[in-house]
Design a protein around this ligand. Sequence first.
Ligand code: V47
Length: 625
Amino acid sequence: MINFRDKNLIPIWEKVQRGNELTFEDGIALFNSHDVISIGKMAHWLQREKNGDAVYFVVNQKIEPTNICVLSCKFCDFAVKKNSPDAYEMTIESILEKLNPELLEVHITGGLHPDWEWDYYVGMVKEIKNHFPRIDVKAFTAVEIDFFSKKFKKSIEEVLLELKEAGLRTLPGGGAEVFSERVRRLLFNQKIGAKRWLEIHKKAHQLGLRSNATLLYGHIETIEERVNHLLLLRDLQKETNGFLSFIPLAFQPGETGIKPRNQFTSAIDDLKTIAISRLILNNFDHIKAYWVMLTEELAAVALNFGADDMDGTVGGERIAHDAGAVSPMQLAKNKLIKIINDANKIPVERDIFYKPVKLHSKNVIGRVSYLNTLPFFKYLDNREYKIFPAPPRQLGFLFKDGNIDAGIVSLVDYFDKENDFTFLPYGIVGNKNVKSVILYSKFPIEDLNKKNIAVTDETSTSFRLLQVLLEMKYGFDVVYIREKISAREKILPNFDAFLTIGDDALKFIKNKPEDFVYSYDLAQLWFDWKKLPFVFAVWAVKKDLPQNKIEVLNKLLDDSLNKFFSTKNNIEEFYTAKLNLNKKEIEDYLNNITYRLGEEEIKSINLFREYYSKLKSKELMVEKF
Ligand code: V47
């Protein structure tokens, strides 16, 4: 698949495909290699494994409340002292004036002001939330958090909690620069180092805040220092899973004197750094191509070199522009959408947590992002369609809003759109059992009346099936609460049972949740009750697609399934590492699922539709988000 010029990269490629971590030496080999195309292809492969063809962006605004800063970092052309003619300070009112209700995110970071009071910062976040409840606030780098803690004599925890209380959602990734004492001493010796930066992000994650991470590259750092930086971030992510994205920041030389004025990083270095970041940070979901520092043209290329996020429209940026960035001050949403479409990707408008708000592309196929859809997709090769992967419920919202032309979607989401969609004779069917839709319980199922059940926020149909079973078969009255089941240590003790589905459920097979000694496969419960298989998802297609297109898709799916089940040894080790199952276990799991819909399946769909329609009126769910 990849025609390596640099044969030293072949063992690295094998590791990437197996889902193994790259080592420090691998990182150095990558940076030393001239085989940039192969590096990009590896990164693009991993990017597609994680995000399909999606490229995310958010409609956002940058606010830099002041450029007055007590520090004097050598690489920064933005900061000034209080008496400088260029100094500026924004009031909370003037910040609010820069915002508008179209925005979904505001990114606030600025100088460390010598005189401002704590109330100003907390008030800023509060007022933004009061005036614009839809805008999520990403504010204050670890450097600012550390400054607040010292200046206002509060612990890091107190600072973060007060800001969280005011409405802060995430910390931006700035201030990390390069995790190297050598560089810190030379370029930013008054600023916090690696240890403190990582400690603050760790604390933020522990308190339920998410954050981003950056690397400022292309100045005096060595490649060893870059790789070390990435490894430290990967280690913290392993511990907390709190990072949302990573942003490599290309150094803008400006008047900093560190490099000649016009000596920007090379395009080759930018693309390599993005790709290598994707490969090393295999536990980060998203890598940003920050067009502000890269230029739009280069960011567009980076979308095929491992980056899956373009940050956003970014009105009002000054840090990079003061240092000579040649990109425009703001990108119109339409421009971003065009760049992403031109790169043959799906522009996905998102919120701060990467929840998709809208897909801006035609010919999108939705894919439930679980292992069990692999037989449809492994050999589905059609350039006409782009693939958007998401958990069933999130996919369902987009499907119902008309963002998707076809795809494997959760059964009840299809029920809700039956006027506009029909289905092809394919689906995900549990025949007697399915192994990946499991209710774990502290009590036998007969004793679950009046109990509290946590339900993964990923499910559409499995939750309805659970409701049907508990209410209509057993006649129970149960409280359901949507939760992120993977964050199990925190939430599980409070519940009597929980419903887990998909890849998360598979991860529990070898790692049984303590105390939840009873487990029930919902497909099995349905079979015991109705003597029918259970259809969790169907291949829906828009009714108004031309007939020949529908036929082509039908044939493609048929061919994909035939090829998948007649090819030996086609489970990549990537999945064995991810799910903690061996190849045989994965094969058994997939062989146990039915992918083609026959008479029994149609009968079951019709029967379940009846139950579902009776349920629909009573929405018992308590949403925790
Ligand atoms: O920490 C300062 C960098 C950062 C220069 O979290 C410079 O989503 C290049 O962190 N050339 C702030 N970079 C920007 C930042 C960021 C940007 C976009 C998204 C997110 C996110 C975070 O800018 C600073 C510093 O590393 N910086 N001066 C310069 N001359």
